[in-house]
Design a protein around this ligand. Structure first.
Ligand code: ZN
Length: 441
């Protein structure tokens, strides 16, 4: 893996400090949001000599970024062209207002994205003869999953086949059904299936049912939905029945704000920071925002050390985990790893990879139901997250359809609507019914 191993932590930290110094100078010159933060604290670029100094800044919350995404873009007129030119804009899949948030990459940033894509592939043990099947669907707005998978292939000069599952819009006519996708994977002799775990599973199960030839498949890269260990075991077993005898599943902890993800080099190895010279990963106390020592749980924070478009510092990704900076016992890399499955932490719920404000769910249901009693629940089954809406009344298909439409419009996720004859509140336990419950923990 060569350069991924680094000589050790000193080399990583020296690169982080040098890149942070350059970034802080650009921020002090032209980043509207952090210029305000620095001014309010009486700090300047020179006060940030190493990533430890980032602790001088308060946490940036998702809400801060969603409120004014343009204020998180560096606007310094004297930067070289590649540091100013907008290469592309990706969008987060959800937000408090239901409006996706833009994440802007300059040409310079895109070059860094290719580097981190290449590192992700190397950490996952990709070889020059691998063939990637891109199983992500197109989305109504540009999103990293489909697009960066194509770029990841470019970063290692690999072959990639985009299967284009489903149709995101009536105006899109090139989507494929499940059987066609299985056929595309089979005839392209793909060795890597890359998608959300629920869909990768559907492709593998269907291939087994139809006897399609998926024997070259040796890896599944999954991201965007949680995958508990029993579900991983099940997917691995199914993969080995249709594919290679030693096929395995590598999970990525991805984020739009990374345009990539922290990946496993082996099952259970922890999620490796694929580009520590670009990203400083920290853990913060949820109550105080203070840094938490390695090995202790807290909020996962991301600081961009080498970007010139959208730049975030001490940005809370919305999950809690535990950080290790010890050498990976599996691949030998010295890069930092999250060694506990990241779990949602803040008020926003992550459902099927989309951030959802519970208040928006409640408003969408109230708009249709008025004062009738209802409750949302989020559960997880083998197929991924399930959003259910239970109403304490009799109801028919037209009402269920209106509710499903209203909720989908508000948050992008279609709920399973259920009618129950009995009341939902349990007065013995709480003074009021919780309108949204998360049953996944
Ligand atoms: Zn490793």
């Amino acid at each position: 893996m060569g350069d991924l191993l680094f000589a050790g932590r000193e080399e990583i930290e020296a690169a982080q400090a040098a890149n942070l110094a350059e970034t802080m100078a650009r921020i002090a010159a032209g980043h509207p949001y952090y210029r305000r933060v620095l001014a309010s604290l009486g700090l300047g670029a020179a006060d940030f000599r190493s990533p430890q100094d980032l602790a001088r800044l308060p946490l940036t919350r998702k809400e801060d970024y969603m409120r004014e995404p343009e204020a998180f873009r560096i606007a310094a007129g004297d930067l070289p062209e590649e540091m100013q030119a907008v290469w592309d804009v990706m969008y987060t899949t959800g937000s408090t207002a239901g409006q996706p948030t833009p994440f802007v990459s300059t040409s310079f940033d895109f070059f860094r994205i290719l580097e981190l894509n290449r590192n992700m592939l190397r950490l996952r043990g990709v070889r020059p003869d691998d063939v990637i099947a891109n199983l992500f669907p197109l989305t109504p707005r540009p999103h990293g999953a489909f697009i960066r998978t194509m770029h990841a292939a470019a970063s290692m000069n690999l072959r990639v086949v985009a299967a284009l599952p489903g149709n995101p819009s009536p105006s899109f006519t090139l989507g494929h059904g499940l059987d066609e996708v299985v056929d595309i994977v089979s005839r392209s002799r793909a060795t890597i299936l890359w998608g959300v775990p629920s869909y990768v599973r559907r492709v593998v199960v269907r291939a087994e049912e139809t006897g399609a030839d998926l024997r070259p498949v040796r890896l599944a890269f999954v991201t965007g939905e949680g995958l508990a260990e029993p579900a991983r075991d099940e997917l691995t077993a199914a993969l080995r029945r249709v594919g290679a005898a030693d096929a395995w599943v590598s999970i990525s902890y991805g984020a739009t704000e990374m345009q990539g993800g922290m990946v496993e080099c082996a099952p259970g190895s922890g999620y490796h920071n694929p580009a520590p010279e670009q990203f400083h990963i920290g853990i913060a106390d949820p109550a105080t925002g203070a840094p938490v020592e390695d090995g202790r749980p807290g909020l996962v924070t991301l600081s961009h050390l080498r970007r010139t478009g959208t730049v975030l510092l001490r940005y809370a990704l919305g999950d809690t985990s535990v950080l290790s900076r010890s050498r990976c016992p599996h691949c030998g890399s010295w890069t930092d790893r999250l060694v506990a499955m990241p779990r949602r932490a803040d008020r926003l719920l992550k459902i099927k990879g989309t951030l959802v404000n519970p208040d928006v769910l409640v408003q969408a249901a109230e708009g249709v139901l008025g004062g009738r009693e209802f409750q949302f629940s989020v559960a997880r089954d083998a197929g991924g997250d399930v959003l259910a809406l239970k109403i304490a009344a009799e109801g028919g298909a037209p009402l269920a359809e209106r509710l499903a439409q209203s909720v989908k419009q508000a948050c992008g996720i279609t709920p399973v609507v259920q009618f129950a004859a009995e009341p939902l509140a349990d007065p013995g336990r709480a003074w009021k019914a919780k309108r949204v419950v998360d049953l996944r923990d």
